[in-house]
Design a protein around this ligand. Structure first.
Ligand code: NBP
Length: 501
């Protein structure tokens, strides 16, 4: 017999579910757990005795539903997609009440969350929440991005606030040091209610889109340093460690230094990075972000470029053949010196600012489309700890949106304007170096193109409009007539009159 009295349950004991369940139990919440393959659950219970809150293993969903006090808060962490609907359907059959809250904490597509909230209305309260931070984040403090009915949030809030990563209220820096059974006390939790229906999953998707660019930019910096300076991985690790003491201070830079120091477990004379195949995988959230940018007509070109860069990496066989046939310049090695390293650091920082600017532009557009009221300062602040893109400079983004909640683009914030002003000469030099030496740096280049296009009062789209009118009578607006008036010329005959369309 158990003395436990869970108000919360969790379904799906893979990497994320196991760790999140332990995190919840560490904070004193009794928690019922279930996994489709029940042996996984049995093993999990056996391996984890003595958490402050009790883990109650359940052999069936009926038993699981019966074990939780009402209104139930049930966290689902199964593979995103049809498995979520399958589980919800089974929960309904197992006796869930209309007041029970089902929190989909996986990487679900935000439109699925909007649909599910409607589909299950009256049967249960469906709620979406992004969770970021991978295995360790889930265990000791993730960044949590909840969206759904505000009344449901009231039930989830105490749990989410307790288990989220914490940052120092004054500096915004993550508070380290959580360990099993001893969660961090104090600090500001990296979670906040973001808005109704799909808002949480949308923000999580954009987080992942930014994560794709962040990783691509770091890999391009690594590749340039390596190709131009001929440095070895452990020497590069030192550079990344140094960069982690600057504005680039972030989880991804920190782990890059670790990765570069790692020796091959099969052959200690080699570095692991040198024996890892250069073909990057992806699970789809970057692609969702890029295709949503295309759907909404928002220029998030670096996010798209980062997805395409993974696609390019994946066609390794074709690249191998092409590498023997297609010619480019011979790389002119440079002498390793502070100036080149600093230029690449600046290029990385300026490009990173553009990538975040694009991500926030996307969220700004989405909130119009879905009638959300996203608080961008709050979003940046809950990304300061726990998640994969956690970084010191997120505090600056929080500051920018707190100073001006109507900020149109991050590039227009005085701090970020100054940063790009300081770094852009180096950024341009690095992009030139990459082009002249034939070293691919698509995210650096696309970020610079984004910056230059955004600051350009006149783009060559006038010519595009003329071409469109020529071949398809698509009409154009004139710079000397009010906006919304359209004209057409009967091309190509000379001196044909302009017709108001
Ligand atoms: P996976 O995404 O690998 O899913 C495995 C879990 O889903 C197992 O518990 C499995 O049960 C269960 N499952 C599947 Br598959 N199909 C099911 C079905 N039809 N009915 C019931 N259960 C089913 O696990 P994960 O990597 O822990 O991720 C969980 C969620 O969190 C995903 O949405 C993921 O995208 C998201 N996420 C993952 C990370 C990460 O770093 N891994 C980070 C952030 C978010 P079984 O044991 O019976 O097969």
């Amino acid at each position: 017999m158990t003395s436990a009295n869970p108000r919360v349950g969790l379904i799906g004991l893979a990497v994320m579910g196991k760790n999140l369940a332990l995190n919840i139990a560490d904070h004193g919440f009794d928690i019922a757990v279930f996994n489709r393959t029940t042996s996984v659950m049995d093993e999990f219970i056996k391996e984890n005795p003595g958490t402050p809150g009790q883990l109650v293993g359940c052999q069936s969903l009926k038993e699981f539903v019966a074990a939780i006090a009402r209104p139930r808060v049930i966290i689902v962490l199964v593979k995103a997609g049809p498995a979520v609907d399958s589980i919800v359907q089974q929960l309904i059959e197992a006796g869930l009440d209309a007041d029970d809250i089902v929190v989909d904490a996986g990487n679900s597509l935000w439109t699925d969350t909007i649909r599910r909230e409607k589909d299950y209305a009256g049967k249960l309260k469906f709620f979406g929440s992004g969770v970021s931070g991978g295995e360790l984040g889930a265990r000791f403090g993730p960044s949590l991005m909840p969206g759904g009915d505000p009344k449901s949030w009231k039930h989830l809030e105490p749990i989410w606030t307790a288990i989220a990563a914490k940052v120092d209220a004054r500096t915004g820096q993550p508070i380290p040091g959580a360990e099993p059974g001893k969660p961090v006390q104090g600090g500001v939790p990296c979670t906040a209610y973001l808005g109704p229906n799909g808002a949480g999953h949308y923000v999580k998707m954009v987080h992942n889109g930014i994560e794709y660019v962040d990783m691509q930019l770091i890999s391009e910096a690594y590749f340039l340093l390596r190709s131009l300076l001929g440095l070895k991985p452990d020497e590069l690790a030192e550079i990344f460690s140094d960069w982690n003491q600057t504005e680039l201070d972030s989880y991804l830079i920190e782990i890059t230094a670790d990765v570069l120091r790692q020796k091959d477990p099969r052959n200690k004379k080699k570095f692991l990075v040198d024996v890892i195949l250069d073909a990057a995988g992806q699970k789809g959230t970057g692609k969702w972000t890029a295709s949503n940018a295309l759907d909404m007509g928002i220029p998030a070109n670096s996010i798209a470029e980062a997805v395409f860069a993974r696609c390019m990496s994946a066609i390794k066989g074709e690249r191998l053949i092409a590498s023997k046939k297609l010619r480019g310049p011979v790389i002119k090695k440079l002498r390793a010196g502070k100036a080149v390293v600093e230029a690449i650091r600046q290029a990385l920082y300026c490009s990173k600012i553009c990538a975040y600017a694009q991500g926030f532009q996307l969220m700004r557009e989405a909130q119009k489309e879905y009638n959300w009221k996203l608080d961008f300062g709050s979003i940046a602040s809950i990304w300061r700890g726990g998640c994969i893109i956690r970084a010191k400079f997120l505090q600056k983004i929080t500051d920018a949106y707190q100073t001006n909640p109507q900020l149109v683009n991050l590039l227009m914030d005085p701090y970020f304007r100054r940063q790009i002003q300081n770094g852009q000469d180096d950024w341009r030099k690095v992009v030139t170096l990459a082009a002249n030496n034939g070293i691919p740096a698509p995210a650096f280049m696309s970020a610079l193109a984004y910056y230059d296009a955004y600051r350009c009062a006149v783009l060559p789209a006038n010519l595009i409009q003329a071409q469109r009118d020529y071949f398809g009578a698509h009409t154009y607006e004139r710079v000397d007539s009010p906006s919304g008036q359209f004209f057409h010329v009967d091309w190509p005959a000379e001196n044909r009159p302009e017709i108001k369309a």
